[in-house]
Structure formats: structure tokens, C-alpha cells
Design a protein around this ligand. Sequence first.
Ligand code: MCA
Ligand code: AMP
Length: 499
Amino acid sequence: MNLYEHFEAVFRAAGPVPALMSVSEGEADVRYADLLVAVDKAAGALAVAGVAAGDRVLVQVDKMPAAVVLYLACLKTGAIYTPINTAYTAPEVAYFLDDAEPGLFVAGSIDRVPADRAVRVETLTPSGGGSWPRRVADAQPLAETAARADDDIAALVYTSGTTGRSKGAMLTHANLRTNAETLCAYWGWRDDDVLLHALPIFHVHGLFVALHCAFLKGTPVLFLPTFDVDTIIRELGRCTVLMGVPTFYTRLLARADFDAEACRNMRLFISGSAPLNEQTFGTFETRTGMRILERYGMSETLMNTSNPLDGERVAGTVGFSLPGIETRIADDAGMPVPTGKVGGIEVRGPNVFKGYWRMPDKTAEEFRDDGYFITGDLGTMDDAGRVAIVGRSKDLVISGGYNVYPKEVEALLDDIPGVVESAVIGVPHPDFGEGVVAVLVSAEAVTLAQVDRHLAGRLARYKQPKQVVCVDELPRNAMGKVQKATLRETYRALLSDSG
Ligand code: MCA
Ligand code: AMP
């Protein structure tokens, strides 16, 4: 069944309830009834643009109600919504255009559209202008929601996965619906909940986990364009739930006016996308009297485990398998390891994606014969089934909740004249959890400014090194493999003063 049919029924019933509330002066709230009308118009515009069911719609636009409408319109028409980070540069966008082969690219700015790619482009600019809003205004509403099977793809979410370049995780209508229903129930979503939404909407966390909970219940979302601490503290008083990456919580705790009084109306703070440090968890509890609920997920699997709503939330753990989802800790051959021992986290259930877009071999590599998906995360499980993440077997840096795939950065660094080789690592960063550091073997010293200049326009800013170190050689093991763990240890204090 098309996920949008579920939403449509809820939206109709919710009618006058505000769906997306704005904090900007002069900007009206979008009610659920308005959302229905807007989605029908946008779906009509997609049809006029020749977008058919199964076509990809690549979207790189700022966070605004029109972006949510576009997402829902894609669901409605059966198109495959393919959102990408607004920080990506034109060369990065070219990769997604080539890989996804979209029927339509809705871009925030024409500057991000590679000149040599033949694709239909519409614009939706940060101020809400551009050609797309005009197409929507001119379109006849499309009343009928496309029939979709549970197994049809609803979205392609690009992720670095465990290895290789960005891959499109094919998420089906059933993946999205079942996970949303599970989270709504597990987190006890209430009819009077108000979600404070400050995450970007080009990732699973902000787009699916956060919005779908509200959309399945028809409850209001206070929809902030970006994460801004002042706004959050001011608005907490009329909200009940916040979902964020750990950086949200460290930034809030840095403010003296973030206290129990500011949180008086809140019932739930949820954290995910990156490890929540135990100190942040503890300080948060001392300051507010509330325990952050940490959960664990991936683009490929949506949410897998969660600390409980009513039971004990334990720092440094991501809780229990969500209902209907199986998690095991396994060795390299997929055999479960003894309780309490570290192994690879593997997951099976209706949440697990259909595979990587046009990569059947890569997909096959990441699944066991019995259907478990190999996450590339390392963890333990106790007798009660509580999971803790202790590391990653994949070479990945997670900075402020954004994934940075070292190989992608290294490939560009190796092109800097004089650089012989490079190793990109993540080291502790007080604000982003991990920060990117480049270790270079180079004939001459290379400065951060030179690296910045080389990467500008080629690589999203958040992927760029925050610090550069030049060395004579990289540490290698007997097999000749660069020992990144050694580098991480050597440079662990390099970014401790950042933030
Ligand atoms: C911004 N910058 C960063 C990051 N964000 N650098 C490293 N890591 C980052 N995450 C840099 C910018 O390039 C800029 O650099 C400077 O910081 C300020 O940029 P600004 O845009 O003002 O930053 P910000 O608004 O303060 O953003 C920080 C943020 C943001 C709010 C923490 O990164 C964020 O929203 N992160 C959430 C990501 C997320 O939703 N992840 C979920 C994906 P300069 O000044 O040098 O130019 S994972 C997922 O979905 C899975 C399924 C899951 O489990 O949830
Ligand atoms: P992505 O590929 O962007 O969907 O990122 C998914 C990855 O984020 C997971 O494989 C984990 O490595 C990491 N992650 C998500 N939630 C948590 C968490 N609560 N604690 C630690 N790591 C997390």
C-alpha cells in the first residue's frame, strides 16, 4: 500500500490542526488540511513534468514546508524521492545525477546543477522562489494517489555504507510505514505531542523518524529551518518532543539558561545518528532531571534499537531491538558471539531496505544467507538484549551526525601537488563528536589553508579536514594496511580546543 494513503487518511481527520508551524514572522502555519491541498497541486506539477511512478526525483533544497510537500507529492505519485545534502557541491551532485538518473532534479540553486548533465531541472530557492513554485501554482491538482505495493521503492537515501562511494539505499513503502508505526507506539506518541523539529530533512533522522511520527498521528510540528540554540530554548516551552544528534545536546548544555524550567513542558528528548557521550547524558540529567532516550539506526535499516520509554535508559547503550526487529552480535562468519562479547551488529526485520540502487553484488555482500544485514557497527548485547555500540568496522567518520567517508576525501587530497599519500581520520571534537583530520605524506609541508583551497567547490564543507598533519610515513601493519587506529590515538587531542 502507498504510504501516502495512510498519511492522507490521518491528514483528513486532523484537518485544522497545524502540521508545520513556523517561527518566522509573517509566515503562516500549514494546517493538515492545507497540506493535503498543497500535495495534490505538487503531485499535479510532477505529472506535468513527466514524472511517472518509479522515476527518481532528485532534491537538493533548503528546509521549508514546500520541501515537505514535494516529498509527500513524490509518495503520492509513486515517484522515488531522492534527497541530498544541501552542502554538496556541483561535482558531488553530478555523481548523484549519474547514479540515480532522475527524471527531475529540484535544485535550490542553478549553481549546483552541473552544466554538462542533461536532466530536467526546476528550482526551489532558499527564499521559497524559483521555477518549481510557479509550476505548482499553475498545475491542476492530482486527486488520485498512485497504487503502490509494499515492496515498491518510496525513497533512495544515499549513504556511504560500509565501503565504496555513496550508494542509494532503496527504502520501500513498507519499510517506512512499519518503522514509523513501531516508533510511534514505542515512544508513546500522544495526541497532544508537539515535535520541535530542527534537523535537516535530507536524511532518515529528520525526514522519516521525526516527521513520520507526527504525520501518523496528525500532531503539530514546530518546523525550524535550522538548529539555532536561542530558538530552541525559547520554543521548548510549547513543545513536548525533540529529536536531535548529540551536538544538539552539547550545544544546549553549554547554555546556562537551558535548565529544568526551560524543559517544563517537554516529555521526551531523543538522540541518535552518532554516539551520545556518557558525560552529556549525565550532565543533561543533572541539569534537567530528564534522561535522553538514545536510539540506533541507519539509512539502510531505519531505526533498529531504542532505549525504552518507561524502563531504564542507560548511558552508553542504544537499548533493545524494536518490536518485530531482530538484532544479533556476530563474528565475521555471521555466527552469534557469546553474550557480552564484542562482534558485528547484524539486523533483520521489516525495517531493512531492499538493497543498494543498481548494485546487486554490493547488496549481496552485505546480507547473510539467513537475511541479516551487516551494519558495519561493532557492539555488545547483554543478557536482557540491551545493545551497546563500541565502534565501527567500516572506515567512517561521523561528524555532527553527518557521515564522512575517508576514501572520498583521501582521493581528492592525493591530487594536491607534492602529496604522496593521505589518511583521513576522525578524532574527538568537542562540538561535533568527531572532527575530520587529514594526515599527509608530502614532499613539502602542506597547510590547512592549501587544503581548503584545493577542496573548495569540490567537496561539501563539513567533509573538509578541520586540521592537517604532515608526516614522513603512515603507520602500516604487516599486510601494508594503514593503521588508522594508531593515527586516531596519536592525534586524539588535536581538535580538543575546537568548538
Ligand atoms: C556544519 N559544519 C560541520 C558540520 N555541520 N562540520 C563538521 N560536521 C558537521 N556536522 C561546519 C560548516 O561547514 C561550517 O564550517 C561551520 O560548521 C558552521 O556551519 P553551520 O551550517 O552554521 O553549522 P550548524 O548549523 O551549526 O550545523 C551543525 C549541526 C548540523 C546543526 C550539528 O551539522 C546538523 O544539523 N547535523 C545533523 C545531521 C543529521 O541530521 N544527521 C542524521 C543522519 P565553516 O565555518 O568552516 O565554513 S544519520 C541518520 O539519519 C541515521 C539513520 C540515524 O541514525 O539518525
Ligand atoms: P547513516 O549511514 O548516515 O544512516 O549513518 C548510520 C550510522 O550512524 C550507523 O551505522 C552508526 O554507525 C551511526 N549511529 C546511528 N545512531 C547511533 C547511535 N545512537 N550511537 C552510535 N552510532 C550511531
